[in-house]
Ligand binder design. Structure first.
Ligand SMILES: C[S@@+](CC[C@H](N)C(=O)[O-])C[C@H]1O[C@@H](n2cnc3c(N)ncnc32)[C@H](O)[C@@H]1O
Length: 280
């Protein structure tokens, strides 16, 4: 959740799929430069950070990448994570995707700056332009998942493009955060909203146009959507706030991070539906 860009209205209201996609595409197009101005150093042009806590894939190894893996990044923004993968695992094939042409344009600039021809493609994560079972790994660090109205559909799309035994790892806002004001200071430590209220958060301009939307699922909802899509949950990582990190990112801060989880990282594996089991 972010500050409202103009003196419109912000709060919890129902927002459908199409309105969500359109609002968020425009929002991320408009904010692409500012986002990278603010967070670029923290992310690194070719860095793989799972969330505001600052834990990296080099430390956590959640993707378990192996030579020959075909890898898809969803909501990759400028593709920093995928660029890290290219640098550290040159023997995997990877494509980074995002809804926003503005974010991908920043990605092309970073590609040119580093002489790295990372493939970038524009798509909505709830309608992936890839064949069935075409990837060994799918991942996203805070992309797409919290920004779609129908996350069950996103999970089904991921299961479709993953091969049986393939892995999906996604980091998103920890669901408990939806019960608290989204501010970094002590006032963000008192629960004021129901954790069980799935009404999305929206920003609406004075014209009435929705300009931004985020959607809440409880932990149980997220696990249920994965399982119903044909995936098994292998791990649920709740990264603790490390003492080394004094940075604030929106409502994520050392003050809150030392007391409350801010990020949830789901590690899931595509079941072999034909056999009803997950291959080893
Ligand atoms: C918080 S940014 C994260 C970007 C990148 N993973 C990073 O760590 O900087 C969220 C990204 O999700 C993308 N996004 C939002 N809705 C999406 C959707 N329906 N499909 C794909 N990407 C989407 C946005 O365009 C944005 O680039």
């Amino acid at each position: 959740m972010t500050p409202v860009p103009d003196p419109g209205w912000a709060g919890r209201t129902e927002i459908d799929h199409a309105t969500t996609v359109s609002a968020n595409r425009t929002w991320w197009d408009d904010q692409a430069a500012a986002y990278h101005e603010e967070h670029g150093d923290f992310l690194g042009d070719a860095g793989f950070v799972w969330g505001p806590e600052g834990w990296t894939e080099a430390e956590l190894d959640l993707l378990q990448l192996r030579p020959g893996h075909r890898v898809l990044e969803l909501g990759g923004g400028a593709g920093q994570c995928a660029r890290w993968v290219v640098g550290v695992h040159p023997e995997v094939q990877i494509v980074s995707t995002d809804l926003s042409g503005g974010m991908l344009a920043v990605g092309r600039t970073l590609n040119a700056r580093h002489g790295m021809p990372l493939p970038l493609a524009q798509c909505d994560a709830t309608g992936l332009p890839f064949a069935e079972a075409s990837f060994d790994r799918v991942f996203t660090a805070y992309g797409a998942v919290p920004f779609v109205a129908d996350s069950a559909r996103l999970m089904r799309e991921v299961a479709r493009v993953l091969r049986p035994g393939g892995r999906f790892v996604f980091a998103t806002t920890h669901p408990i955060r939806w019960a608290f004001p989204d501010v970094p200071g002590p006032e963000g430590l008192t629960a004021t909203m129901s954790y069980f209220d799935r009404t999305p958060y929206a920003e609406v301009a004075r014209s009435g146009a929705v300009t931004y939307a985020e959607h809440h699922r409880t932990l149980g909802d997220r696990i249920r959507e994965l399982v119903e899509a044909g995936m098994d949950l292998l791990d649920l990582v709740e990264p603790e706030w490390p003492a080394r990190n004094e940075a604030t990112w929106g409502g994520w801060s050392p003050v809150r991070g030392r007391l409350l989880p801010g990020t949830a990282i789901f590690v899931a594996e595509r079941r072999d539906r034909a056999r009803g089991i997950t291959p080893g």
